[in-house]
Design a protein around this ligand. Sequence first.
Ligand SMILES: [Zn+2]
Length: 295
Amino acid sequence: MRWKNVRRSQNVEDRRGQRAGRRMPGRGGGMKVGGGAGIVLLLLGLFFGQDLIGPLTSGGATGGAPQIGAQTRLDRNNTEVRTNDQAKDFIASILGTTEDVWGPLFRQAGQTYQPPKLVMFSDGVTSACGFTSSAAGPFYCPGDSQVYIDLSFFRELQRMGAGGDFAQAYVLAHEVGHHVQNLLGVSMAVQRRQRTLPKAQANRLSVLTELQADCYAGVWAHHAHKQYQLLEPGDLEEGMNAASKIGDDALMRSAGRQAHPDAFTHGSSAQRQQWLYQGLETGDPQQCDTFQGAS
Ligand SMILES: [Zn+2]
């Protein structure tokens, strides 16, 4: 991806290294979920409906997925100062492009786009949605209209075989897609409906919501590329590969379980690819009506 020359969003809040202010029951201190346990919890998060999305990273020829670990030093007040923080720079760049894409799209529809804040955290975070461990993956909290991400998620996804900077950007754009749904009233309508439905049907609505966020991520990529020539050869494949690797069927299989469509919450690999592509190709949010036909 060519992201180095785009505007940086001012809406990134860096809470890395801060305590989240809540302890895990039965544990002594702050939460730390290490490698193997992390991925298991991550997968559980996927199964049980934490929003998680997407994929991951890695560098390679396309010039560069950002480094995840920032170099730090202590300043005079013993505050951690991050230097050479390419990961944060990347996030601020991609978030900036989502603002530059959704602002005009909302304006064209006669509406105002209020951009979300994005909170970078480590280990765990407290939001209007309560306490969330990093193991649950990135998420959007409608209650405070903020996207939350621990960059270690990119590493986990890389281990799942979904690499590349465009794959990372797709994850961010998917979360911003949930923000768009929130602004449009989709999230609220879905939650209200879900309360009245048996589990399998409620899950099905979750899937349609997630697929719409994938489609919105595609819409973002379409316009961001138009505005900034963001995509390079191979990026599209990276995104489609990531969408495939984080399909519910792929995740269930990699966790050693049979794929049960009734338990899907994000959609199959094929569905996620299809909707990401639909948004990418059309650039039209109206083409993201995943709910069409679902009563
Ligand atoms: Zn999602």
